[in-house]
Design a protein around this ligand. Structure first.
Ligand code: ATP
Length: 336
């Protein structure tokens, strides 16, 4: 039986890394049929819709998406595509495994980093509820609910148990936001009690940031509300070689969309310089999700072998290869 997957190449470096990833996934031999759905800044501006109907129809049909980045203007303009997609499809869990790739040269190359970040994906300061009360005075509402906090905690603990992870750290700022982060923490504690086999601890987000830099190897599963999750994910990506290599998944009850942590990187778009590892690693998660663990393992090993060899790496991780040369090297490894 073929698998059907919605492919959203996106814009900026999106189409380049998406093409590379499609080549890699197809080289595993898995029968996957892509339903291509274009989405970029121009289409959104022209249609006036952040999420065109054809995109939602396709995702409702396939239930699985592989997505490149789509540019979000920094201020004004339309709502972020990612935020809209997560809210519309109720993709409540953002999952980001961050681990050291063999052979990669980073400041932390002597340390074995292997953590998984669970970021709540639907609320917090991403509620989009901003208001100018009087001229030059703005409020931005942080929304934390029991339902959303409880289900991301449940998801993280279940993942930890299923994958033999030892401990979960809930990260918060409840000393300042006593009600909002207080509720998030209460939910984490309640769920933790149902998982006595998993150690549970709490860290204030500023302390957690320092600990991540000083002792990254001590982290296992991290559980965070939306905004801290966003920031800590980029920090964690920096520990293992940058945004070019860290994958991500947005998981809901019915749909899943796999995408890299990085944005559309307009500074290097169209130059063949983008590192496709992050989206390829996201496709490894996708393959596991659709029930192709063997193909997932082979693709991950092929990527790791290219890093171990070290001669076909892109510039962001210290090499000089193009997107295509890196991808060719992954394909060669897959054929071995
Ligand atoms: P967004 O706000 O859309 O999340 P961002 O601010 O996180 O975007 P990115 O577009 O991810 O920014 O880019 C940040 C930096 O990392 C840029 O200098 C970019 O060139 C680099 N970068 C991001 N992704 C990659 C990649 N896949 N390969 C190489 N460099 C990358």
């Amino acid at each position: 039986m073929p698998h059907y997957c919605t492919l959203i190449p996106g814009d900026g470096i999106g189409p380049e890394v998406a093409e590379a990833t499609v080549r890699a996934v197809e080289a595993t031999g898995v029968d996957i049929r892509w339903k291509r759905a274009e989405l970029n800044e121009a289409i959104i501006l022209e249609s006036g819709k952040t999420l065109p109907q054809y995109l939602l129809d396709s995702l409702n049909e396939t239930r699985v998406g592989l997505k490149g980045p789509v540019t979000t203007p920094v201020a004004g303009g339309f709502q972020s595509v990612n935020v809209a997609l997560r809210k519309t499809l109720d993709l409540f869990a953002n999952v980001r495994p961050v681990s050291t790739l063999p052979g990669i040269k980073t400041r932390f190359q002597d340390v074995k980093i292997d953590m998984v970040i669970f970021r709540e994906n639907t609320e917090d300061l991403y509620s989009g509820l901003e208001h100018e009360i009087v001229k030059d005075v703005v409020t931005s509402l942080k929304v934390i609910t029991r339902t959303a906090s409880h289900r991301i905690a449940q998801y993280a603990f279940e993942y930890a148990r299923r994958n033999g992870r030892k401990h979960v750290a809930a990260i918060h700022k409840a000393n300042i936001m006593k009600l909002a982060d207080g509720l998030f923490l209460r939910c984490c504690r309640e769920v933790a009690q149902e998982f006595p086999d998993i150690q549970y601890k709490e860290l204030i987000v500023d302390n957690a940031s320092m600990q991540l830099v000083m002792r990254p190897e001590t982290f296992d599963v991290l559980l965070l509300p939306n905004l801290y999750g966003d920031i800590v994910s980029d920090l964690a990506a920096g520990l293992v070689g940058g945004l070019g290599i860290v994958p991500g998944a947005n998981m809901g009850e019915t749909h899943a969309v796999f995408e890299a942590v990085h944005g559309s990187a307009p500074d290097i778009a169209g130059q063949g310089k983008a590192n496709p590892t992050a989206l390829m690693m996201s496709s490894v998660m996708l393959l596991i999700h659709i029930g192709e663990p063997d193909a997932a393992r082979r693709l991950r090993h092929a990527i790791e072998a290219v890093y171990l060899d070290g001669t076909r790496l892109t510039a962001d991780v210290g090499g000089s290869a193009s997107t295509g040369e890196f991808t060719d090297a992954v394909l060669r490894q897959l054929r071995r």
